[in-house]
Ligand binder design. Structure first.
Ligand code: DGY
Length: 321
């Protein structure tokens, strides 16, 4: 019997490739540049499985090129790059990588909270600039996070992990979520639920941990910024288009909010030129899950999902939404 053919559309760690090789014949694009569509389509023509990255758009065009595909395994927890309905219509299983990147992403969110509230990006730029500087009582003062309120938008695994970390920093944590989490979990995390409007109006730091869907497109827009305090900080490690980036630039320019820390962008990898000119925003290049351990674990989970589906078993982490 011929072995299944697995196409990997971008570079992934060897840990994942090795598992995939046990499950079938692997063809992998081996470049950091995105795979050209023509190359991808040629490879997909007789593929049984595809391992994709968040930079791939898995839509009808992708699926048309892959008539025998049975599983698309996205090496990311977010799957807004995948038309899940189109896959479902064609009987293609979709999987993602929840759990394994929770800690790394939560760590990065906290790093951005600290960077934005304590003006660490600005400080680093000052030292690197070679400009003379000297310790001063009023030099580059930020704001403490101890005793201040963190508002989490989204209370899935990553939101919960951020809540635990923030409590350790002495923050009071409130959250908003599509559905309220159960009371026992609220108690164990020490968090309380608030309607979004109230969370925005009362939080010193607002951190986004919701998936990107049609409902969360521009969830944080000019009206949301108007609701926030003028010394509040926004952190986004979720997906860029949850925030109206043009409205964010205006809010940061006008002092409607004090600062922001961003790991994701509306039109990634492009960054709104207005953001680049501002000192009160920290800009990272989508590093949420970027640790060696986490990327290995993500690739391994994606590979195990592929292996399960190709062997006729249930995938470990199917996308059901
Ligand atoms: C994800 O997994 O969705 C992150 O954005 C990238 O690791």
């Amino acid at each position: 019997m011929s072995r299944p053919r697995i196409v990997v559309t971008g570079r992934i760690p060897d840990a994942g490739l090795e598992l995939l090789r046990d499950a079938g014949d692997v063809w992998a694009w081996d470049d950091d540049e995105p795979i050209p569509a023509a190359v991808r389509d040629e490879q997909l023509a007789d593929a049984d499985a595809a391992v994709t990255l968040l930079t791939d758009r898995v839509d009808d065009a992708f699926l048309d090129a892959a008539p025998s595909i049975r599983v698309v395994a996205n090496v990311a927890v977010g799957y807004n790059n995948i038309d899940v309905d189109a896959c479902r219509r064609r009987g293609v299983t979709v999987t993602n990588t929840p759990g394994v990147l929770t800690a790394a992403t939560a760590d990065l969110a906290i790093a951005l909270v600290l960077m934005a509230t304590r003006r660490l990006g600005e400080g680093e730029r000052l030292v690197r600039s070679g400009e003379p500087w000297q310790w001063g009582m009023f030099m580059m003062l930020g704001r403490s996070i101890n005793g201040r309120r963190l508002g989490l938008v989204g209370m899935g695994a990553i939101g919960q992990a951020v809540a635990r970390r923030a409590s350790a920093f002495g923050m009071e944590v409130v959250y908003h979520n599509r559905s309220r989490v159960d009371a026992a979990l609220e108690r164990s995390l020490g968090v309380s639920y608030l309607p979004l409007e109230e969370l925005l109006a009362s939080s010193d730091v607002v951190s986004l941990h919701c998936p990107y869907t049609s409902e969360t497109h521009h969830l944080i827009d000019a009206t949301a910024f108007e609701r926030m305090a003028d010394d509040a900080v926004l952190v986004n490690t979720a997906r860029g288009p949850v925030v109206d980036e043009a409205a964010l630039v205006t809010a940061l320019q006008n002092g409607t909010i004090a600062a922001a820390g961003l790991d994701v962008y509306e039109d990634e990898p492009a960054v709104h030129p207005g953001l680049l000119e501002l000192d009160n925003v920290v800009l990272l290049p989508h590093l949420g899950s970027a640790t060696v351990e986490t990327r290995d674990a993500m690739a391994e989970l994606a590979a195990r999902n592929v292996a399960a589906v190709l062997a006729g078993r249930a995938p470990i982490s199917p996308v059901t939404g």
